[in-house]
Design a protein around this ligand. Sequence first.
Ligand SMILES: NC(=O)c1ccc[n+]([C@@H]2O[C@H](COP(=O)([O-])OP(=O)(O)OC[C@H]3O[C@@H](n4cnc5c(N)ncnc54)[C@H](OP(=O)(O)O)[C@@H]3O)[C@@H](O)[C@H]2O)c1
Length: 327
Amino acid sequence: MRVGINGLGRIGRGLLKALWDDRRFEVAALNDVAGGAILAHLLNHDSYYGSWGHRAKATETGLSVDGRDVPLFRGATPSEIPWNGARVDWVVDATGRFKGRAPLEGHGLPVILTASSRDVDRQVVYGVNHETLAPSDRILSATSCTTHCVVPPVFALARRFGCRSLWFNTVHCYNVSQPLVDAPLDDPRRARAGALNLIPTTTSASLSVEAVLPELKGMVHGMAVRVPAPAVSLTEITLLAERPARREDVLACLEEAAQGRLKGILTLSREALVSQDFLGNPASSIVDLPLVAAHEGAVRLIAWYDNEAGYVARLVDLLAYLKGRNL
Ligand SMILES: NC(=O)c1ccc[n+]([C@@H]2O[C@H](COP(=O)([O-])OP(=O)(O)OC[C@H]3O[C@@H](n4cnc5c(N)ncnc54)[C@H](OP(=O)(O)O)[C@@H]3O)[C@@H](O)[C@H]2O)c1
């Protein structure tokens, strides 16, 4: 599969690196508003994950990695990018700038948007609803990292115990949507210095969880607290069950899901760990088993996630699935 990546930021660069070493894919073209020299530098040196095992450098027409050239365009409008000329099969839009289908579909190629959006053909959480995709689904939202953390354990628990209501709070590392110093953003809390404050705010995952698990429509209440950590997040998830849910039954349910249908996507942690221990972990959702609690129909979980590494791993899984199905 020939993949085009629009936006070489945290997610775009992570995806490029993951695809580069994967023989199922060819990175056929890239686009960003930034120039090749700085993008090559940021590929080679990463503050979170360290050095890349390959060497990127800028060329006259784009980037070269270990001597292999990839065209790099510098357009701000998706429909202007000559993806077709580069024989791209699927475009991944990781700019974070485009939230609806209109700006994305001008070039006629199918697109995976790396953000939650209702204005798409399908919102997909790989592992839970990717098998519902049809050939007519051409503009997909891969939802958000938090959605990928919440949906797998909730999917397993709600099937077993039913769900009357779902509450979650993601304790989320800061990211590019927050300023380093106080700045005039619309959201008065998000406007505050990201590396200094605990910032209660919204999360797009509330809507995406309901889109992926429609049986929970009207039951999902989510929020976020952005915290002064640069990488790895956790979500506290409380599910009010319809049927009795003893702690040992909850553990057995999670164990079964992690060994079965959600293998590699939902994983379990048995040690007393902290956020840095999960850096680079490719799972979507890592349930901290010692912290599972259940009482009178309420089930409380803590699930960890590397919001970049886990999400990128699922983008690769989704692309591989689309390739395998010729979608
Ligand atoms: N970071 C995470 O943990 C995470 C996890 C899951 C999903 N996501 C989602 O993924 C998307 C990207 O997030 P990110 O953290 O990777 O952000 P990011 O680091 O800011 O990456 C976005 C990249 O796109 C570039 N860009 C901006 N406008 C563009 C345009 N019109 N055309 C082409 N490139 C453009 C940006 O350049 P400039 O910097 O010069 O503007 C930047 O290089 C967002 O929707 C985000 O919600 C992020």
